[in-house]
Design a protein around this ligand. Structure first.
Ligand SMILES: Nc1ncnc2c1ncn2[C@@H]1O[C@H](COP(=O)(O)OP(=O)(O)OP(=O)(O)O)[C@@H](O)[C@H]1O
Ligand SMILES: [Mg+2]
Length: 307
């Protein structure tokens, strides 16, 4: 249990946004769902949002969770879930963008619509809406793996800069204005503003806690370092690390295999302490079973945040 982590994450009158990022398979969904369940059990109105195209969230809570609207999670009174599917999000976003793009394709080009980043942009677009309309005290995001997450964040940011440049450029503006109706132009400016607002929320330490989940192993450590650097470039501070699947000394019991793994972990745990000093670190032990039902989620929540 980590009193400090629980204090860092608890809402105090204002909505808290809790992000869990990290390399594939390290335990982001486990941490995000356990955290959301813990806060809901504490009485906070909580929403868990996944931007992962897989069915992890539905599988974890054993009920269908889609992207249309939030669904109440069974047996967790204060918790709702939403799974933003990039392809669905893309549909809504493309529709909105298409009408605008039809009018300005001469300037921006159709390639904006067919860019491979469309999924990320559409997801971020939905995601920005979430940050605008908080109606929960705690909103937990189970993000997709690090690289993709960074792109989701960085691309709309560049896009906003690009629009800014277009808007500042008098000649382009005049040409655009002649070809576009007022609503479309306002739409672009509104999007830019929305993305900037979303980033502002994510940059605010008081509102947002960005946690990275990792294992005490070489590759997740390097990925964590690169995620911290990448997020830092966007002005988003990482405040906490959750080191998952730590082998506790008491489970080794003379087993040579476990003893060897535990020794390797001890080496990397020292490295994590030294390399990421200044960040709040929490360890979650390796359990003797997977985390795929509500009672285990509650068990994990208590291990991290206390009773
Ligand atoms: N501390 C733990 N002890 C035992 N099993 C764990 C622990 N943490 C996570 N797991 C198991 O590890 C697997 C991967 O965890 P999870 O799905 O949370 O990772 P993820 O980072 O969300 O993966 P992805 O990148 O695919 O979204 C799951 O089967 C989960 O039950
Ligand atoms: Mg996951």
């Amino acid at each position: 249990m980590d009193q400090q982590l629980h204090q860092l994450m608890s809402p105090d009158g204002k909505t808290k946004y809790l992000f869990f990022g990290g390399k594939g398979g390290v335990g982001k969904t486990t941490l995000a769902t356990a955290t959301a369940t813990w806060f809901a059990d504490q009485g906070y109105k909580t929403t868990i949002v996944s931007t992962d195209p897989t069915v992890s969230l539905s599988a974890m809570f054993a009920q269908p969770i889609g992207g249309e609207k939030r669904v109440p999670i069974r047996h967790v009174p204060n918790l709702c879930g939403l799974n933003i599917n990039p392809s669905d999000a893309k549909g809504v976003y493309t529709q909105r963008l298409n009408s605008m793009m039809a009018q300005i394709s001469g300037t921006f080009g159709n390639e904006v619509i067919s860019t491979p980043c469309m999924d990320e942009m559409a997801t971020f677009d939905q995601f920005a809406t979430f940050l605008e309309e908080p109606d929960s005290e705690v909103i937990v995001f189970d993000t997709a793996p690090t690289g993709k997450t960074l792109r989701e964040l960085a691309i709309p940011f560049d896009w906003a800069g690009f629009l800014q440049k277009q808007i500042q450029d008098g000649k382009e503006l005049a040409r655009l204005m002649m070809n576009m109706d007022g609503d479309s132009f306002e739409g672009l400016e509104r999007d830019k503003q929305r993305y900037e607002n979303a980033l502002a929320v994510m940059r605010d330490r008081a509102t947002t806690v960005f946690s990275l989940v990792l294992l005490p192993e070489r590759l997740p450590i390097e990925e964590t370092h690169s995620a911290i650097t990448g997020l830092d470039r966007l002005g988003i501070p990482v405040q906490s690390l959750v080191v998952n699947q730590c082998i506790l000394p008491e489970v080794v019991e003379g087993n040579r295999f476990l003893a060897a793994r535990s020794k390797v972990q001890a080496y990397y745990l020292d490295e994590i302490e030294a390399r990421f000093n200044g960040l709040l670190k929490t360890r979650l032990p390796l359990l003797d079973h997977d985390v795929s039902d509500l009672s285990t989620l509650r068990q994990v929540g208590k291990m991290i945040y206390g009773e």
